[in-house]
Design a protein around this ligand. Structure first.
Ligand code: BGC
Length: 457
């Protein structure tokens, strides 16, 4: 093994390194997806151990994770600046393991809620710090690909959780559903032990010699000294958080935050977290509801793969606009299936599921990946970290608001009302994207910055 590593050409060495970084990204995204998706199936069986949970109690199990995630995303950026990216990912993975095991072995409902908050801290932290770390450690030319890989990993994590929910539905073992997330968490921890600290963070700590050593391992070009200077230059010009609200940056911050909010208030996670409960309420058996969920998860992954392939070919805007239009159509179909009442029989049940599939597939080809990609592309380097963290928190915050109120809303205004409401909000989102969201395809981050703010970093 050592011998092989020593005989590697620089290009092979970099390729191996990028593959390892991709694996870390994938594990971070997988955990994000698994831990948020798994609750959809688990909800059907929690009743058994804790005796009749109310809609609100179900909403809490689902959404307290998101409160943890808002806090996790907020803290992770600061902690990662203080103690380094690598240590922050290690701590995040350890928190994942603790939270997941607590959920699996929880003796009572309140302890389960505490466990969900702890898992949320780790999910929020991972959603910030894994992309941050990877963005700094891999060569710039593969950065975009890894951002999209992250979304693919999230959707794959959701699908794996659905498959496990379905597989364990016969015995209704919700503890194992939660507990299996410990495996990728342990893998993330172990994998990270063998990774290097981010060279950019080392440079900012004035540990330039160590940074140079790391860069020699992870770059095959001669431009290492240039990169070191560039990072030193940018950290010298590092803007305060106040610059986020400057007249030049504010409109961009607004675009990121609105993309984040629209990604959530158009309803994606009411489908991702609650589809089985919804279908069960509409008359599906447990197994049929979970199977339909698996199909939905597979469409989500499949269309994300198509999106990753198309994003650099046709551009972000066409995918965002057509995907958002498709979401509105899907919501309208689902709403119509409920017109005859809350119980769906025969063909109407199929229409409802088709509506959900059209909706999820359209989200996966547009707003799903495009939100995460754009917030990594539209901000000037020196405020990128802060601006991404604001957009990420807005995303988790809006997710929380929708998730904590969905079942209550559904009881109050029924399926037709709720799904038409989401359809309407999707049309509002479409009009906003049409007018305000820029195309970034094929442009360097510097050019994008120039276009959007009229100047360079
Ligand atoms: C969203 C998540 C969502 C997932 C579904 C992501 O882009 O941020 O909230 O659960 O897509 O695939």
């Amino acid at each position: 093994m050592m011998l092989m590593a020593r005989n590697e050409t620089p290009a092979q060495k970099v390729r191996r390194h990028v593959a390892l970084s991709a694996a870390v990204t994938a594990l971070g995204g997988l955990l994000f997806g698994y831990d948020t998706g798994v609750v959809s199936g688990a909800l059907l069986f929690l009743q058994k151990d804790f005796g009749g949970l109310s809609s609100f109690q179900e909403e809490l199990v689902t959404s307290l994770l998101l409160v943890g995630a808002v806090v996790g995303a907020l803290l992770a950026g600061r902690v990662a600046d203080l103690i380094g990216r690598r240590l922050t990912v290690l701590i995040t993975a350890a928190i994942f393991v603790v939270g997941v095991l607590l959920a699996a072995f929880t003796p009572t409902y309140p302890v389960l809620l505490a466990a969900r908050i702890i898992i949320g801290l780790a999910v929020g932290s991972a959603s910030m710090v894994v992309p941050l770390y990877i963005g700094e450690v891999v060569p710039p030319r593969v950065r975009g690909g890894l951002v999209s890989l992250n979304q693919l990993a999230i959707t794959s994590g959701i699908l794996v959780s659905y498959l496990i929910d379905y597989g364990l539905s016969g015995i209704g073992n919700w503890r194992l559903m939660f507990g299996l997330a410990a495996i990728p968490a342990v893998l993330l921890f172990t994998g990270m032990l063998f990774q290097k600290e981010s060279p950019h963070w080392l440079i900012r700590q004035d540990r330039t010699d160590e940074a140079r050593d790391v860069l020699k391992r992870v770059r095959d070009s001669e431009d290492i000294e240039d990169e070191i200077h560039e990072v030193q230059e940018v950290s010298r010009k590092q803007a305060g958080t106040r610059e986020l609200l400057s007249p030049r940056i504010r409109p961009l911050l607004f675009v990121g935050v609105l993309l984040a909010v629209f990604q959530q208030i158009t309803g994606i996670n009411t489908v991702i977290y609650y589809a089985p409960s919804l279908l069960q309420g509409a008359g599906f058996g447990n197994s049929a509801a979970l199977l339909a969920n698996v199909v939905n998860g597979a469409v989500n992954v499949g269309m994300t793969i198509v999106a990753v392939w198309l994003l650099d070919r046709v551009g972000r805007r066409p995918l965002l606009l057509s995907g958002t239009a498709g979401m509105a159509v899907g919501m309208a179909i689902t709403a119509c299936s409920f017109l005859g009442g809350e119980h769906l029989h025969g063909a109407l049940a199929i229409v409802a599921v088709i509506g959900l599939l059209v909706y999820t597939g359209s989200f996966a080809i547009g707003l799903g990946p495009v939100f995460w990609l754009l917030i990594a592309e539209i901000y000037p380097l020196r405020i990128r970290g802060a601006a991404m963290s604001v957009a990420t928190m807005a995303n988790w915050g809006a997710n929380f608001v929708v998730t904590v109120s969905f079942l209550t809303l559904l009881n109050a205004i029924d399926g037709v009302g709720v799904f038409f409401l989401f359809g309407f909000l999707t049309l509002v989102a479409l009009a906003y994207f049409w007018r305000k969201v820029p195309e970034t395809k094929g442009r360097s981050l510097q050019e994008i910055e120039h276009d959007l703010t009229g100047s360079r970093a």
